[in-house]
Design a protein around this ligand. Sequence first.
Ligand SMILES: C[S@@+](CC[C@H](N)C(=O)[O-])C[C@H]1O[C@@H](n2cnc3c(N)ncnc32)[C@H](O)[C@@H]1O
Length: 391
Amino acid sequence: VLAVEMTALGLTGCKALPGGVSAEGDRRAAYRVNLHSRLASRVLVEMGRRRYRNDDDLYKLANAIEWERHFDARHSLRVDTSATRSPLRSLNFATLRIKDGICDRLRDRTGERPSIDTRAPDARVWLFLDPREAIVYLDFSGEPLFKRGWRSDADDRGDAPLKENLAAGLLALAGWTPDIPLVDPFCGSGTIVIEAASLAHDLAPGLSRPFGFEKLLDHDPELWRSLRLEAEQRARTGATGRFRISGSDIDAGMIDRARRNLARAGLPDHAVQWRTGDLSRLSPPFGEPGMILCNPPYGERIGALHDGNTVGRHLGGAVRNPDSHPAVMASIGRQLRQSWGGWRAWLLSSDPDLPLQLGMKERRRTPLFNGAIECRLYGFEIFARQPGAAA
Ligand SMILES: C[S@@+](CC[C@H](N)C(=O)[O-])C[C@H]1O[C@@H](n2cnc3c(N)ncnc32)[C@H](O)[C@@H]1O
């Protein structure tokens, strides 16, 4: 889905690879992906690559790149390394050699070396190593793109909201389009419905946050201003249709938080219909069937790992007694079959027993990672009850 999105944003040769998409494009395309991509985590621009056998090869690779065009000693720097089956013994040392290659080059060209800042660097470089080849990238995004700029630490502390680009990915994988009624009955902080509303209102996800490329020496502020203006114009005229997007949660406090998040995201309160309620008693909010998309609370592990609510809260669930979890899911399954006939339901869960607990057979099952947790996105079709079927 990311390759499709990037092609639509004007990049060419988009190729899905494990963990990313490679593509070609100019500066405008790189800025556009940062501003408009709902699915990407970062935009990394390739600066150089070479075969390597030892750390000195990495130094040579970094030292040969014209970093002085992008940043200098006034910028602080951070280097990160990611490796698959690299023969090198120490990745920390590999990182250090890249950093030395960059800093020595800048000292030779400009007289000064940049300082290192791992917390809030002005320039960020990534080294990727496979068994034979090393690739060096300059990070154009800075903070990862799932940080849209609307979360408030005070509102989300201690909970486990979905990352915004995972929520957008679920919408894309489920095939949601703004004309389809959408309900997240376990909406928590509102990530899924806010992403959906932002898509429906044509609000560019990157409009309220800064980007790494804005600090670079070769940044083109004119180009960036024109792309932002165009995005602002689209956001003003975007909401032409009548959208049916609803978020509900058993916890009224979560609905208050989700509402505040929607406002901070720059969307009107009426963009989402909010309700408080237990899904095992909830009926559809719209007259016509559509799509349920959610990540239900997790029941497993909570009781086994710790006694306290901290773990339960950390996993984002309201399930305090793990023994009752299958029973809760069974009553939710009954309610879905009874009242939500004709709807499609997509549930993201790490629990392989979820379909069994709901008493429903999934039509599709897509493996996904929610952070480090391996999950499945289960797709169900809920059949409308035939009159007289109870008999
Ligand atoms: C895993 S969290 C969802 C997180 C959400 N996707 C987000 O990004 O913030 C599950 C949510 O389900 C809610 N919940 C638990 N049991 C419920 C029930 N029976 N009916 C409705 N909501 C419930 C919890 O309050 C919690 O906010």
